[in-house]
Design a protein around this ligand. Structure first.
Ligand SMILES: Nc1ncnc2c1ncn2[C@@H]1O[C@H](COP(=O)(O)OP(=O)(O)OP(=O)(O)O)[C@@H](O)[C@H]1O
Ligand SMILES: [Mg+2]
Length: 240
């Protein structure tokens, strides 16, 4: 069971000045895996997530979700995008409130609040939360509808170092417990190596690197294996 991407191309704009955000991308991502995507600004990372989420159509090529009849895909952004007039609990249960998802919900809100360290904040409003807590709520909102695939577009990059580390740990633990398929875009090679089983490197709409990261969790950025992988990735990215 896998996400299979065949010859995926996405172009924007009229023909003479067309931007090719993705160029003939071929890629298979196993269900249950945690895959990180890194690459320079403008290389097509967000475009790939938008196509995977079905928010946009490919120019050519296709995405096959093998083994998923009616896939439920959640997407999380750099900003939490919470509803300010709803409590934390109501934000998490947003899909139910608005009957967007007509299904039995797999996740219990109280357990989600606990797993996300928000158990005392169910009745709080978004303005009462720190940036890290707000991102936890955004993650809870996605997990609530029990998605098959979670797409994350630099979800922790606006957070300070300590908050980011806490959220990275929470995400890793959730993934290890639930085995959800996660595709996570980041600018931060260290973050990619802390979390990913696999790191994909993109440049100008193409894949230029695909590394398996077979280091045990939790990972130590000071360890030799970690440093070696970082060098491998930086060599592929190049530019110095
Ligand atoms: N809606 C759009 N209309 C026109 N061009 C677009 C559109 N969306 C993206 N592009 C172009 O496609 C290319 C890839 O953009 P994309 O947002 O996927 O990059 P990215 O890797 O996510 O960058 P960043 O790291 O800065 O978020 C860029 O050249 C961008 O200008
Ligand atoms: Mg982007």
């Amino acid at each position: 069971m896998a996400i299979k991407i065949h010859g995926l191309t996405k172009s924007y704009g009229p023909v003479p000045n067309q931007v090719r955000a993705l160029q003939n991308l071929d890629l298979t991502i196993e269900l249950g895996s945690l895959t990180m995507i890194v690459g320079k600004s403008g290389c097509g990372k967000t475009t790939l997530l938008r196509l995977l989420a079905g928010l946009e159509e490919p120019t050519t090529g296709n995405i096959e979700l093998e083994g998923l009849a009616q896939p439920n895909i959640g997407i999380m952004f750099q900003e939490p995008r919470l509803m300010p007039w709803l409590t934390v609990q109501q934000n998490i249960e947003f899909a139910k409130l608005h009957k967007e998802v007509d299904q039995q919900f797999g996740q219990d809100t109280q357990q989600l609040l606990l797993a996300l360290g928000l158990e005392r904040f169910g009745q709080a409003y978004p303005t009462e939360l720190s940036g890290g807590m707000a991102q936890r709520v955004a993650l809870g909102r996605i997990l609530y509808s029990d998605p098959d695939i979670i797409l994350m577009d630099e979800p922790f990059s606006a957070l300070d170092f300590f908050t980011r580390r806490d959220l990275q740990k929470t995400l890793r633990q959730l993934w290890q417990k639930d085995g959800k398929t996660i595709i996570f875009v980041t600018h931060d090679v260290g973050e990619a190596l802390l979390l990913g089983q696999r790191v994909l490197i993109m440049e100008a709409g193409s894949l230029i690197g695909d590394l398996k990261i077979d280091l045990a969790y939790p990972r130590n950025p000071g360890a030799t294996g970690f440093q070696q992988k970082r060098e491998d990735i930086l060599k592929i990215i190049g530019g110095f």
